[in-house]
Design a protein around this ligand. Structure first.
Ligand SMILES: Nc1ncnc2c1ncn2[C@@H]1O[C@H](COP(=O)(O)OP(=O)(O)O)[C@@H](O)[C@H]1O
Ligand SMILES: [Mg+2]
Length: 251
């Protein structure tokens, strides 16, 4: 049965897409049957693995609006062999029109893929919606990328409250995989101060890995490649591969 991992934090620009794309690709490179699921209408994950969202007639949006279409039909292989369930800009309208009663739709939709994949990695949009909550309801585990700046603790607390709420009602078996420090700037004391505060409050949740700030991440996404493919020996690549190792070890 596929292990479903949601990358979540409501704030935009916090490294969700970069984490989703590179974790999924690293798992794939390690021989695990992995599916990257792009749930963001902005389709950044889709673009970051070199797929044009407008080129895919069947995508996550068509699956949500037409229950007759099988999820397998939407899956596309990237140039480096990773399986992707692509997003589409129309997803924005679908998401806005979703009702509370549909919050479990994603879990049902993904169920037929359980036997075909070992890992599903879901990238989520920045705003709160039934889709982002649905992604938590569908997940076994959530990974929280944490930008190490002064306001990070606020965003982290909000994320943990949301996860606790989902655990209480929709998905009691949801686990926190961990908090991953990303975009860490080692040249100032801010990152160090934030990491110390996180360690103090949530030490057991903090991964023993960090992704340093580097312009190469933006370069890689412009090139339509995850950094683990674009620049395999880069610090960020090694960090994301280590994250994949920890995810695999946990099983
Ligand atoms: N470790 C990093 N160092 C520098 N820039 C990064 C890093 N990780 C991501 N970025 C860049 O930051 C921006 C936001 O990251 P992204 O993963 O798209 O966040 P989100 O999906 O949460 O909006 C992107 O331009 C991305 O290339
Ligand atoms: Mg994103």
């Amino acid at each position: 049965m596929a292990k479903k991992i949601t990358i979540s934090l409501r704030k935009g620009g916090s490294g969700k897409t970069t984490t989703a794309v590179n974790l999924a690709t690293a798992l794939h490179l390690k021989g695990k049957r992995t599916l990257l699921v792009d749930l963001d209408p902005q389709s950044h994950s889709t673009l970051s693995v070199g797929v044009d969202p407008l080129s895919r007639e069947i995508n996550i949006n068509t699956l949500l609006v037409d229950a007759e279409i099988k999820p397998e039909e939407a899956i596309v292989k990237t140039s480096f062999g990773l399986s992707l369930l692509p997003a589409h800009p129309d997803l924005a309208e679908t998401e806005a029109g979703m009702k509370a009663s549909q919050v479990g739709i994603l879990r049902e939709l993904l169920r037929p893929l359980d036997e075909s994949f070992e890992f599903l990695v879901m990238d989520t949009p920045p705003a709160e919606s039934f889709l982002t909550v649905g992604a938590l309801a569908a997940a076994d585990e959530v990974i929280i990328p944490l930008q190490t700046h002064y306001l990070a603790m606020r965003g982290l607390q909000d994320a943990l409250v949301e996860i606790a709420q989902v655990k209480k009602g929709l998905n009691p078996s949801l686990k926190i995989g961990g908090i991953l420090p990303v975009m860490v700037n080692n040249r100032t004391n801010i990152a160090k101060t934030v990491l110390e505060a996180v360690k103090k409050s949530y030490g057991d949740l903090l991964y023993p890995i960090q992704v340093d700030f580097s312009i190469r991440h933006a370069e890689a996404s412009l090139a339509g490649e995850p950094i683990v493919i674009y620049s395999p020996r880069h610090q960020g690549s090694l960090a994301y591969k280590k994250l994949a190792d920890l995810v695999i070890k946990k099983g």
